[in-house]
Design a protein around this ligand. Sequence first.
Ligand code: NAD
Ligand code: UPG
Length: 432
Amino acid sequence: MNIAVIGTGYVGLTTALMLCELNHQVVCADTHTAKLKQLKSNRLPLHEPGLKEVLNRHLSRRSLSFTSDTGQAVRESDILFITVGTPSKSDGFTDLNQIKKVAETIGLNQNGYKIVVNKSTAPVGTCQNIHRWILKRQPRYIPVDVVCNPEFLREGSALYDALHPDRIVIGSDNTEAARSVRDLYDSIPCPKMMTGLRTAELIKYSANAFLAMKISFINEIARLCDSHGVDVADVSTGIGLDRRIGSRFLKAGIGWGGSCFPKDLASLGHMFEQAGLSPRILQAVRQVNETQVEYYLRRLEERLGDVRGKTISILGIAFKPDTDDIREAPAIKVIQALHQKGAFLRAYDPVVFRHRNPAGLPVTVCGEMSEAFEDSDCIFLMTEWKNFLHFDWKSHRHRMRTPLIIDGRNVLDQKALIQCGYLYYGMGKAGL
Ligand SMILES: NC(=O)c1ccc[n+]([C@@H]2O[C@H](COP(=O)([O-])OP(=O)(O)OC[C@H]3O[C@@H](n4cnc5c(N)ncnc54)[C@H](O)[C@@H]3O)[C@@H](O)[C@H]2O)c1
Ligand SMILES: O=c1ccn([C@@H]2O[C@H](COP(=O)(O)OP(=O)(O)O[C@H]3O[C@H](CO)[C@@H](O)[C@H](O)[C@H]3O)[C@@H](O)[C@H]2O)c(=O)[nH]1
């Protein structure tokens, strides 16, 4: 079976490499020629640990190739994976233009039966639309089946997640097509759930909403911990040990961001509205997250007073460690709010600032983490990069004007920092 993966973003690239690791032959198609040029010369257009070595291996074995000719990739392949973007519009509606364009290209170039596997996260009913869009562009009728195979990988551990998933969901109205897709994953030992197209589509959104709900839940509990001098990490441990609850996604902090949760929860909310339903839990989950930054800024101002003219250093811009992705990163909201209040901002991130100041943020970029301390009134940690945890905080305290640390991820050693003279705030951390 020849396989084409259309789109070479996080999901496309990871899907292609995962399929190569499972001994399939893959061609990747994208319209972004600069990205393709980088990939062909074994350079990654994104920061993702471990991906480069695998890319190199499959390029030299010729099990993987890249093309800008999506039509040719369609004609020469039997199974076509769609992995293009599905961004949110301002009203929460999902922009399906990229998917529609790909479907039309498939229809125009179809020269025999194909199985089209949609991996992009898209609202319920999209796979049926993909089928319609393909048929509409076919010069003459040729059968095609559409399968929904949602992706559950996390950035930062993308390939590991793709090769070691908790489950694989395969939605289809055609058993044969679904079986062919399941066969591709034969050597991955995990439950494979075969279901309908619409069910598979809704599973993806429900999974993301549930994970975001766990985080917003613990963040709301953390506010109560702040009022009662209780450590939220202990509460997380105490509830997480109940296997019905589980300990993961219960880390309190500045809130969830990234390329998926914000847009997928907006899209799910929109689906509720279209169905004439009120998504009460979802609204609360989003509302808690949207007020997290304000909550932290109030705690900062309680300690520092008016921030106008003060120097605040942001540590970490990426929405989580091990990625250079800044889509919907909480750090950006913090920077914008503090900039509006008249603070001077510095920022350090070990990866995001390597080549540029993304999105032209109103910050002075620090080349080294230690530069963030010089005459600073506050260090605000936004991303739990490992090198922040192993940094020699003690030696740099004296360089700060006000030795205040706001730990937006509750990861620093509160006791040790206070012992060496810092003022420390972490959300829902019991005072010492
Ligand atoms: N990023 C993640 O961690 C993640 C995880 C699970 C699911 N998803 C979902 O997967 C989808 C892709 O996410 P992503 O982060 O990889 O997106 P992305 O925006 O990083 O990449 C999409 C790629 O598709 C390409 N593209 C757009 N139109 C094209 C066309 N007509 N033909 C060929 N290529 C085209 C773009 O140039 C880009 O390289 C989204 O629906 C997202 O919600 C993402
Ligand atoms: O206990 C936690 C766990 C995560 N986060 C934050 O939540 C956001 C999302 O983190 P994570 O889920 O690890 O990253 P993503 O790469 O966005 O992955 C999510 O979104 C993907 C795209 O749909 C899905 O495929 C994944 O299963 C889903 O975990 C980040 O800002 C994290 O800092 C917390 O605040 N506390």
